[in-house]
Design a protein around this ligand. Sequence first.
Ligand code: ADP
Ligand code: MG
Length: 619
Amino acid sequence: MALLQISEPGLFAAPHQHRLAVGIDLGTTNSLVATVKSGATVVLPDEEGHGLLPSVVHYAADGNTLVGHAAQALQTHDPANTIVSVKRFMGRGLTDIADLASPYRFVEAPGMLQIKTVAGVKSPVEVSADILRSLKVRAEQSLGGELVGAVITVPAYFDDAQRQATKDAARLAGLNVLRLLNEPTAAAIAYGLDNAAEGTYIIYDLGGGTFDVSILELTRGVFEVRATSGDSQLGGDDFDHRLYCWILEKAGLSTLNASDSRLLLTHAREAKEALTEHDSTRVSAVLSDGRIVDLEIPAHCFHTMTTHLVQKTLMPVRKALRDAKLTPADIKGVVLVGGATRMPHVRKAVADFFGKEPLTNLDPDKVVALGAAMQANVLAGNKGDDEWLLLDVIPLSLGLETMGGLVEKIIPRNSTIPTARAQEFTTFKDGQTAMAIHVLQGERELVSDCRSLARFELRGIPPMVAGAARIRVTFQIDADGLLSVSAREQSSGVESSIVVKPSYGLSDEEISRMLTDSMQHAQDDIEARKLAEARVEAESLSSATRAALASDGELLNTDERAQVEAALESLALCAAKNDPAAIVAATEALNAATTEFAGRRMDAAVRKGLSGHKLDEIG
Ligand code: ADP
Ligand code: MG
């Protein structure tokens, strides 16, 4: 008998239909749109054949808005109404960008600054929406249909406000956001699929305004993010700015009006780009007051003046390696992303650091958009099989409170999830039958500086002397980021557990603040940890000594007892002060003062144990 097939309502298997989806690299300097067409991933050019759309928007008094090259052409003449690098302002307030030299008339507004133009006050979200709208129109014209959605890339370091602002801009442009994707991950997607190479890779992305570094492990079809780091205030613009300052100095210029300063910045950028290909270049410009700037810039000179910027990029690189517990030798390949990675001294510094030539077989300007397009193609449902799984890392370490208000980290930050780790703990007091388990999140050493996630108790521990019980605490994080913590006393098997969601309510901003704090306070924290540990030791020995005096005090003569008590007292005095070395010394003194006492107690205990037994039983 044949089985009848019944399909679910609304799920009629339609003949395969290609759904139009794009990947958009919404860059600080340049934006691109790409798509997967007949199996090939391509950047969609404008009518003049340009793939890159400068992320520049010009607002005119008549309400006319220009985006891209046309807007860029007006930059020098009308800097105040020509918005460049708007990405730096996304989700930012005036105080966040205070140090930025800029020709704009900013207006403070709740949550995000705004920019006054002749066409009215514009929010960075609106300016970004104008860029996105232009790419949407380009894509729909070129693909001949309406888009079902877009994957839009953001720097890995974008916080919650910046990501939300990006989504809002897309919505304003009439785009359905399938997903925001971190730029380095998009680049890895592009490289991973094209080359199908397995191993650990580092993505070094130096764009116009941001620097991102990510360590990714690529296995066929699977991308695993091992660590991320970066600097959201470092990019090719800073090289322009350094060269601009050098030009001012050489030409003996001090104050410039907005238009002259824009003009020289543009010249600086052109000179920088020219020096990628040539050993020397010339900057010639006429300022608005007729002064002439005419300078020869040798490449080696430019390289010297910007070496510190290149070196600055290596700090996040080292940090990411440290977080992933890797050395440069473990890196199979270095992927260069971003137009600024074209500069030869950047390439050389990266090659020297890793001891190998970086990969550059995909265009560093396009690689992010290509990866985003591939992801969009999957999310739009155009690709059934062969899907990739993106694994996540936990952004902050997870640990437990131990004696002295200290945090013992169980799962370090940047661990890939799912994961499980266990560690054994013991009791602090004789006869202790319960243990308070306090789960914390953060990088700092003290409980008070970390975020409390959950507390629970393990009860029913059989009474034992301090330090004898073995309590195994297991941290487990599933693929959705859900943490469960369980504690089990090994001899009796008593167990207790709790489930928490570590990321709940914690914005990216809070995460980055907690990380910055931990770096800034690293030295303080080491001191605080030393002090807390010294106090725990002191308290442990003091309470044991006091208990021994109470139970076996008769083993000491008056002088000896006075000596022990004096050592106890001086330790108590030291412990109240904040000098860990003094506490350790006083603890050692008490230890020395009680050595003889401990010996006699041992003898007495042995004698007591023997009494009542016949001699031959012992033999
Ligand atoms: P973003 O991701 O910030 O939009 P891009 O990846 O488009 O940036 O990179 C833009 C930066 O790359 C700019 O600072 C630009 O000057 C720089 N750049 C582009 N081409 C070159 C080149 N040939 N030499 C040096 N820098 C370049
Ligand atoms: Mg970029």
